[in-house]
Ligand binder design. Structure first.
Ligand code: GLU
Length: 420
């Protein structure tokens, strides 16, 4: 899918899910407009000197931050470093953060941002310079009680540490200004694995409670082996599932008996990619999506499941590890075929939920142990799952529609209570 198509797919998908919720909730046009409109959208230029082709060159990167809605609390959402990002995509992802925070009932609004850059193309010091320049431009907008960034695709705890450092130069040491930090700088136990852990927790819940699947008899396919895919795979394997296929940007690998996730990680650490992993069959990303399996976890980028491939998917359950991996057209096709989908705003909310726990621990200056964090994470996700399931049953709708309805009505109610 081209850059342009992906941007459209993202926005169209988000709008169509929202329109359905607006209609079912009987929201007035003015309310709909308010819920759709971003509070603020900024694009900044970030000139940085980088070493390329044996010489120093000045490159001006584009940085973005979309603050969607803060009716329920400070803006919250990740920073993505990826060459293809643009304002439309950031807008759709920022909206999704608003609904996600509302669904799991944490006191945050929604935001998203990032830099159009391939982080692999820069040295560590160049990436640090780029990040710190971006923070200089964003500093008037972010803040402990204003807007709290976090990791997303292409960023990690080290990038968050640079953000903390640069922001603190002008504002004093402000640990809770960013989440997903390294443990040494106030990061939370469990934050790194939180998104994947939550995805696996809900995948297991849906598989056992809705479909009555037996973990030991169930094959799991995971698309994407970044932070979310890897930790989801580790946890599914630990719960007794057979992870039969995984993939990264270089392609996929398959084994009917199940892939050892620790071996795959070791192989990637040495080779830099999955391609060529011994003892498994190489498959394409498209073949991976079509594999006969019980559970499919798309954990790569947006719009990987489209009208072109949805009709050939054989999984009984899809758990959205990534944000917006299924386009609106594909969603209708999968629903018609009776495939159960646990939507992104619920499935991958473990990340922002644990960001909230990190923020709380920082504000209280009182760190929790890993078990406390993960138990709270599982309990809270379990509660949101039950809320969504209850509404889906009562209103006779799918999980995504129920989740959007709950989230949108909570945000709308907050706006009304605060007044205009
Ligand atoms: N980037 C993650 C997401 O899309 C986490 C955001 C956060 O922790 O603020 O949910």
């Amino acid at each position: 899918m081209s850059k342009q198509d992906k941007q459209c797919a993202c926005q169209d998908t988000q709008s169509s899910f929202l329109e359905r919720a607006f209609e079912r909730l009987h929201l007035e046009d003015a309310e709909q407009e308010m819920l759709l409109t971003s509070f603020r959208e900024i694009q900044v230029s970030i000139p940085v000197v980088v070493h390329k082709n044996n010489k120093d060159c000045l490159i001006t990167y584009k940085g973005y931050r979309v603050q969607h809605n803060h009716a329920r609390g400070p803006f919250k959402g990740g920073l993505r470093y990826h060459p293809d990002i643009n304002m439309g995509e950031m807008r759709a992802l920022a909206q999704l953060m608003t609904w996600k925070s509302a669904l799991v009932e944490i006191p945050f609004g929604g935001a998203k941002g990032g830099i159009a850059v391939d982080p692999e193309s820069l040295s560590s010091s160049e990436l640090e310079a780029l990040t710190k320049r971006f923070v200089q431009k964003m500093a008037p907008l972010i803040g402990v009680h204003d807007d709290i960034p976090a990791p997303d695709v292409g960023t990690n705890p080290q990038v968050m540490a640079w953000i903390l450092d640069e922001y603190s130069k002008t504002h004093g040491f402000r640990m809770p200004v960013v989440t997903g930090k390294p443990l040494e700088l106030g990061g939370s136990e469990g934050r790194l694995e939180a998104t994947g852990h939550g995805v696996a927790h809900l995948a297991n819940k849906a598989a056992v409670e809705e479909l009555e699947l037996d973990p030991e008899q169930s094959g799991v396919v995971i698309q994407g082996f970044g932070n979310v895919g890897f930790h989801a795979a580790m946890r599914m394997e630990a719960m007794g599932y057979r992870v039969i296929a995984i993939s990264d940007v270089t392609g996929g690998v398959f084994s009917e008996q199940g892939i050892s996730i620790a071996s795959a990680q070791r192989y990637i650490q040495n080779a830099g990619h999955l391609l060529g992993m011994p003892g498994v069959e190489a498959i394409s990303n498209d073949e991976l999506l079509m594999l006969p399996c019980e559970i499919l976890i798309p954990a790569a980028l947006e719009a990987t499941i489209t009208c072109d491939n949805a009709s050939r998917i054989k999984a009984q359950l899809i758990v959205e590890g990534a944000n917006m991996p299924i386009t609106q057209g594909a969603d209708s096709c999968l629903q018609e075929r009776g495939i159960l989908i646990i939507p992104d705003l619920l499935a991958n909310a473990g990340g922002v939920l644990t960001s909230y726990y990190e923020w709380v621990q920082n504000l209280q200056q009182f760190p929790w142990d890993r078990e406390t964090v993960l138990t709270r994470l599982e309990n809270r996700l379990g509660r949101s799952y039950r809320d969504v399931r209850k509404r889906a049953t009562e209103k006779d709708v799918d999980f995504r529609t129920a989740a959007y309805e709950l989230a949108v009505s909570r945000v709308n109610q907050a706006i009304h209570l605060r007044g205009f």
